[in-house]
Design a binder for this molecule. Structure first.
Ligand SMILES: [Fe+2]
Length: 196
């Protein structure tokens, strides 16, 4: 893709196009070193946030039934993708993994995250590590391949909108979700939502 999902050329001088180019360069330079690439992407995401993140309205719109991820950019080789992730008030994900690295930044709203380890010694196969809240403006390295199981919920009284950067095309990547009741696991793909 030589342009973003909204048709903005990557040569554009916008803060978003600069962010895409910066992530592309980091992935090409240190893509297999997840610690290095996530720290670099988090730094570039901070730069974009400090310049002022604007997400077009169609990519901020909640779905009435479930949380959605809109594509903002998908690298042609699938090496990374950038999503606008939207939870309406009260919406949440099941416990799930990612199978790749991820960096997120909260644009509006408040997000509650609970982190887990898969632990066969537990009755439901999951050990909860901690829970925390992310506020508007916060940036977090949410996942590396060895620590990427969590659940996410909108915690405030307005929709939660975040920028999510992943080390794969997250809209086509098979992943796993876990039922907290019994730890049963299923494979899913969180298909890209199409902006209306
Ligand atoms: Fe997630």
């Amino acid at each position: 893709m030589t342009e973003t999902a909204l048709g903005v050329p990557l040569t554009d001088d916008s803060a978003f196009a600069r962010f895409v180019r910066a992530v592309d360069a980091e992935v090409k330079a240190v893509g297999t070193d997840e610690q290095a690439v996530t720290q670099a992407v988090a730094r570039h995401l901070r730069t974009w946030f400090d310049a002022g993140v604007t997400i077009p309205e169609p990519l901020r719109r909640p779905n009435a039934d479930h949380y959605v991820m809109y594509p903002m950019y998908v690298a042609p080789d699938g090496s990374f993708s950038i999503a606008s992730a939207v939870w309406n008030v009260g919406q949440k994900t099941p416990v799930h993994d990612h199978g790749t690295w991820g960096v997120i930044g909260i644009v509006t709203g408040r997000e509650k995250e609970r982190r887990f380890l898969v632990d066969p010694s537990r009755p439901n196969g999951l050990r909860e590590l901690d829970e925390g809240f992310l506020e508007s403006g916060d940036i977090e390295i949410c996942c590396t391949t060895d620590q990427d199981v969590h659940s996410v919920a909108a915690a405030g009284d307005v929709p939660c909108v975040g920028i999510h950067v992943y080390g794969a095309d997250i809209g086509t990547l098979p992943r796993r979700s876990y039922a907290e009741a019994d730890g049963s696991c299923r494979t899913f793909v969180s298909a890209w939502a199409q902006p209306q």
